[in-house]
Design a protein around this ligand. Sequence first.
Ligand SMILES: Cc1cc2nc3c(=O)[nH]c(=O)nc-3n(C[C@H](O)[C@H](O)[C@H](O)COP(=O)(O)OP(=O)(O)OC[C@H]3O[C@@H](n4cnc5c(N)ncnc54)[C@H](O)[C@@H]3O)c2cc1C
Ligand code: SF4
Length: 521
Amino acid sequence: MDYDYIIVGSGFGGSVSALRLSQKGYKVLVVEKGKWYHANDFAKSNWNLRKWLWIPFFRLFGIMKITIFRHVAILSGAGVGGGSLVYANTLPIPKKAFFDSGSWKDLADWEQELQPHYQMALKMLGATKNPKLFDGDVGLKEMATRLGAEDRFEATNVAVYFGEENVTVKDPYFGGEGPDRTGCNFCGACMTGCRNNSKNTLDKNYLHLAQKNGVEIIAENEVYDVRPVDAKDGASGYEVFIRSSTQLFKKKKKITTKGIVFSGGVLGTMKLLLKLKLKSLPNISDRLGRDIRTNNETLISVSTLDKDKNLSKGVAIGSILHADENSHLEICRYAEGSNFWKLLHLPYATGNNVLARLARIFINALKSPLEYFKIYVLNGWAKSTVVLLFMQTLDSTLQFKRNLFGRMYSIVSTGAKPSPFIPESIQLTEAYGKTINGKPTSFFLETIAGIPSTAHILGGAVMGKDETEGVIDKYNRVFGYQNMYIIDGSMISANPGVNPSLSITAIGELAMSRIKENWKE
Ligand SMILES: Cc1cc2nc3c(=O)[nH]c(=O)nc-3n(C[C@H](O)[C@H](O)[C@H](O)COP(=O)(O)OP(=O)(O)OC[C@H]3O[C@@H](n4cnc5c(N)ncnc54)[C@H](O)[C@@H]3O)c2cc1C
Ligand code: SF4
């Protein structure tokens, strides 16, 4: 066998797996579809689509993918470090309801079992309280005070190095084993990639240490097939087929391994496994593709008309309001000059059907022409705009399926279909708009087609007591196969209602802690 374990994808689940398996003495290979980005490689603004967006068809090999389904538009990451390259660094621990609901609820006392692994994940990712609030966060705090919810406002816990601004120091996290870091300058560019070496992306912690331990990483290659060798349950290992993801003429290669970890993120893992279940891996549970959750999210932008405010200053998400037991609101920003999103935004309008919404957009624009002219033309979009990220714990699920042409599509599985028009989110948007003297706009798909957007797609290969209830067991082992794991957002078995990367890391740590050293029984 060429390797002990091959890991498909280098996001949160993949990076934890790479480091921990290498520490247990295994020979590990990570295969990553996206590119290897270093600080200077990131786009200076999101106008540089080549470095910001991942759309291989147009030869764009950036760090963020936008995938549109009938019921949800999904933002996700690509590159060595997965979603950590593009994410907004925010690492909240979910409320109790997450641990006591969903398909995993009877399998363990999750809150207690995961507690030490959350602590380890926070430490490894270098989570720290955001020390500085800027105009956008101050607006959220003012709004919270007006709503009598000041005690539910807080600065976020973020994976950023806050040393002296722009000053580079030797590794402050891993006793000198990690890379040099530079103090954050609050430029707001985290979601186009940190060019200042301040964001604790996975290549600066888990993957960096894994490589030092001998883990090999192949970028710009995707895994397209995995077949058991001899035994049908993979007991004799697997053949893994990879091909270039960036070259026009795709070079292919076969590699063999005793074990495999699927960590391609929900979209990567679902796309691959729904295909492999048809032929190469038929034992995978029929639950595959079910229990997909969108975190009940809406993303609505609000642009201030006050010239003296600079909403682009600060880390990408600097503060959070726990609006009620189930709802959370975060302030997200892009750096000054990253104005691309305005091309895809329309004045915000709610309504039951597209005609009603279009009529409202038209009326809103006619009522405030000067304001919208300022927002779209005169004032810099990113400087005057924040994105309100609204998330809810309340549950509804989708299912991903594969059509005859191999494309994934969504159907509603349980509960109401996801909607961009959640009453609490609309109220908070109005209140925030009043606080900062701003007008709301939203992604055109939300307004025209009523399709909400999410950066937190989860589920599809959830935990269960057996293959009739889930795809994996409580330690992420795939039912029906040996030495096969799924460790990424698709294992998330209930709705966290908050940003999920910390939970993915913690659950990955728990799964890895159960694996014996170097094939010892
Ligand atoms: C703009 C934005 C902001 C966000 N902000 C936050 C935040 O503040 N906090 C938070 O907790 N979360 C945030 N998220 C979400 C977070 O990025 C994801 O939840 C997280 O990255 C998911 O981790 P994962 O382990 O599932 O895999 P991912 O991080 O998605 O990584 C999967 C990797 O696998 C690769 N891959 C897929 N298929 C294959 C294949 N067949 N072969 C080889 N490689 C493959 C992909 O290219 C990708 O790099 C944000 C996301 C976006 C897009
Ligand atoms: S605010 Fe700027 S310097 Fe700080 S982590 Fe984000 S991108 Fe890096």
